[in-house]
Design a protein around this ligand. Structure first.
Ligand code: PLP
Length: 453
């Protein structure tokens, strides 16, 4: 097989895949037994597989196809940029037009005090940048002991050694000798699972104040930053209580701790604003971006850096860090076109006025289903928590994820891509989802939940 073809029968594609392709986050031998589903095409919010089945993609790929599939403008921009300048680096006193234009656009979209971008190829790489950037920043300011970064259990910040260390998932630490030194963790604001008898508001405060306790334990002079997703995504779309973020912001300000908002999922409209930080009124010093930046059409990520940090770092000599594909011209051109479409077509505003409220209403109504203990939704990211006992907020006793896995398989059969995290089913659809798509999504979700019961 020396060219990419959709014309081989599915079984042959699957056999080749099983023989040669190692999948991320997958038990390869198990997958090989049943064969991976081969996705061959996509348009709008709909995926097509190699057998011609169509599915509503309620995950926007991997939380990334914010403008929807099939936008030819992005393909045209990529082709034109490949002809004009397919690659050049930005290491050695050079730059190029796509990186310049994208940086200026991001500075315009970001909060007023953030006007600088350090690019990466992905969200994980960008978080690796952040680890080095904040430590370098404090050292340059004459505070070299401020090195520890505080994160949260069940956070996801990527899969590189640095990104996985920043994340707080035990499974991510289990292989490869992680985490790296200098990362500390506090508990997550997951009220449903961990809130006990506290009200969500009190629980939000309690969890935020763990940050202050951790800073006291480590010593303020040893802490560089706190990192968090505005809404935990891969952890299961865990929406924090309203009291949580204001208290976190107060604590970071009071103790001179940098705040890194990991906007890899929440950025570019997902929560109903350009950035999740705006939805939660957070004032970050650094924002990690990727995914929706290019709507996944080309790999690109980066760190949006405050003027204060950039000023210190830019005046501290060489920053000994970079990637071959920093600000890759084709990816940058695609990202710029993606942002143009998001902005000029008012995709975020339109979603806020139409689909998001409609989706929220229908999503919350799922709470009436006998299997559902909690519903959460912010903008276009949502979760439902399955439980055997609604009143006790009890988890299923079977291995974590079994019920979710079963439900996800029924969803597939019913033409709906939802993901599961333990007992939680989650969605993060393209922002161009329409209200009639919502009806289809909910109908297929209910059918799948009924089958799971
Ligand atoms: N940060 C967050 C919040 C993410 O959700 C992800 C990926 O899902 C990452 C970082 C890592 O991004 P990437 O997979 O592009 O390396």
């Amino acid at each position: 097989m020396n060219k990419i073809t959709n014309h081989l029968p599915t079984a042959e594609l699957q056999a080749l895949d099983a023989a040669h392709h190692m999948h991320p986050f997958t038990a390869g031998a198990e997958l090989a037994k049943k064969g991976a589903r081969v996705i061959t095409a996509a348009n709008g919010v709909t995926l097509t597989d190699s057998d011609g089945n169509q599915m509503l993609d309620a995950m926007a790929g991997l939380w990334c196809v914010n403008i929807g599939y099939g936008r030819k403008e992005l393909a045209n921009v990529a082709a034109a940029q490949m002809e004009q300048l397919p690659y050049y680096n930005t290491f050695f006193q050079t730059t190029h037009v796509p990186a310049i234009a994208l940086s200026a656009k991001l500075a315009e979209l970001a909060p007023a005090h953030i006007n600088n971008v350090f690019y990466a190829g992905s969200g994980s790489e960008a978080n690796d940048t952040n680890i080095r950037m904040v430590r370098h920043y404090w050292a340059a300011k004459g505070k070299p002991t401020k090195t520890t970064i505080i994160s949260r259990k069940n956070a996801y910040h990527g899969s590189t050694i640095g990104g996985a260390s920043l994340g707080g998932m035990s499974g991510m630490h289990a292989q490869g000798g992680l985490p790296i030194p200098g990362i500390a963790y506090i508990d997550q604001p997951n009220w449903y699972a961990e809130g006990g008898d506290l009200s969500p508001e009190d629980f939000g405060l309690e969890r935020a104040r763990q940050l202050e306790l951790k800073i006291a334990e480590l010593g303020e002079d040893n802490v560089a930053a706190f990192i968090a997703e505005p809404v935990q995504g891969a952890g299961g779309v865990i929406v924090p209580p309203a009291t949580y973020w204001p208290e976190i912001q107060r604590i970071c300000d009071a103790h001179d701790i940098l705040l890194i908002a990991d906007e890899v999922i929440c950025g570019f409209g997902r929560t109903g604003n350009w950035f999740g930080s705006q939805t939660y009124d957070i004032r970050p010093d650094i924002m990690t971006i990727a995914k929706g930046l290019s709507s996944g059409y080309a790999p690109i990520g980066g760190s949006l850096i405050s003027d204060e940090i950039a000023d210190v770092v830019n005046n501290a000599g060489d920053f000994n860090h970079g990637y071959t594909y920093n600000g890759h011209p084709v990816s940058a051109a695609v990202a710029l076109e993606n942002l143009r479409i998001l902005q000029e077509e008012k995709i975020i505003e339109t979603a806020c006025e139409t689909t998001m409220p409609y989706l929220a209403e229908k999503w919350h109504a799922l709470a009436d289903h006998p299997l559902i203990g909690e519903t959460n939704i912010v903008g276009m990211m949502g979760s439902i928590v399955m439980t055997p006992d609604k009143s006790a907020r009890a988890p299923f006793k079977s291995d974590a994820g079994t019920v979710g896995f079963i439900c996800r398989e029924f969803c597939f059969e019913n033409g709906l891509v939802m993901r599961h995290v333990g007992d939680r089913m989650i969605i993060s659809p393209p922002l161009v989802l329409t209200t009639s798509d919502v009806d289809v999504l909910i109908e297929r979700a209910v059918k799948s939940l009924d089958q799971t019961l």
